[in-house]
Design a binder for this molecule. Structure first.
Ligand SMILES: C[S@@+](CC[C@H](N)C(=O)[O-])C[C@H]1O[C@@H](n2cnc3c(N)ncnc32)[C@H](O)[C@@H]1O
Length: 277
């Protein structure tokens, strides 16, 4: 079911096929990048280990962060809407000879309420750079929040609302998906800022190695193609989770710049949960 819906959306130019990009990314993945992903998780969740904890990875993509959580000791449940992304996550599972008792992977949608409910509750719900690509971000955020057990954490990252600039990027991304012939033009046109400019900036600031272990080129293609595309302000996200009984634990924002704002919320209250937003 999910697979058929996903394929139709890609064919109709309504969805970016992230998984094809992930397959290329996996060939460049090495232990150093995995270690960086582990550091990123440890730092965001403010932990040294995930031993004894359960983690739901919504939209696992390449599978890199599921793998990092697994290697930090968590029991991991991963899913993605895109069959190629699921394949990439499974490839990492095989490559690192994971224990099937501690890592389960399947295809599913973050917007499928019945599927989400069937997964149960988790100590950590992780969804980095995903829910703004579902086509119904606020529903995805609500469903994700319901998978967090009491006192558990929710780690999300969502594209920053940049006003008219976000609208510009929405039209670029729509063109990238609906008119495949425009892709080389869009890449060439945006490479000076999205690839070379970033490369030079990162080289000058000593940050050539990407924090989340991705390559700059893959990052650019994900950015140009990543559609559906929605954005939110930090204030809107904080109030959305506040009324659902979550306290803010960590906020890393990009100011007025392009990119994702990252948040860690902790579910502190059962009673404030909004069942039908
Ligand atoms: C930018 S990638 C992020 C991947 C990964 N979370 C990471 O941090 O590297 C976005 C992912 O969201 C997935 N995605 C998009 N819509 C989805 C949905 N409705 N349900 C589950 N995953 C979805 C895409 O297939 C893609 O793998």
């Amino acid at each position: 079911m999910a697979q058929a819906g996903y394929k139709t959306e890609v064919q109709q130019g309504e969805r970016f096929a992230f998984g094809e990009n992930w397959s290329r990314f996996l060939s460049a993945l090495n232990d150093e990048r995995v270690a960086k992903a582990e550091d990123s998780l440890r730092s965001s969740l403010h932990v040294t280990t995930l031993e004894g904890m359960s983690l739901l990875d919504i939209g696992s993509g390449s599978g890199l962060f599921s793998l990092a959580a697994y290697r930090l000791g968590a029991a991991v449940r991963s899913f993605d809407y895109d069959a190629d992304s699921v394949g990439c996550t499974q490839e990492l599972y095989r490559r690192y000879e994971a224990n099937p008792d501690r890592w389960t992977i399947s295809q599913g949608s973050a917007l499928d309420a019945a599927f989400l409910a069937s997964l149960g509750e988790f100590d950590i719900v992780y969804s980095w750079g995903v829910l703004h690509h579902t086509g119904d971000m606020w529903k995805g955020l609500d469903l994700a929040s319901k998978r967090v057990r009491e006192n558990g954490q929710l780690l999300i990252s969502i594209y920053n609302d940049q006003g008219w600039r976000s609208k510009y990027w929405t039209s670029v991304k729509r063109a990238y998906n609906r008119r495949p012939w425009s892709r080389p033009l869009l890449i060439v046109f945006h490479a000076p800022s999205q690839l070379f400019g970033r490369y030079i900036f990162r080289a000058l600031t000593g940050r050539l190695k990407m924090e989340r272990g991705m390559s700059l080129y893959h990052d650019m293609i994900d950015w140009l193609g990543g559609y559906p595309f929605e954005v939110a302000t930090p204030a809107d996200l904080k109030s959305f989770f506040s009324v659902r009984g979550f306290d803010l634990e960590l906020e890393r924002t990009v100011g007025s710049k392009q990119g994702c704002n990252e948040f860690v919320f902790r579910r502190t209250s059962q009673t404030n949960r909004v069942e039908n937003p």
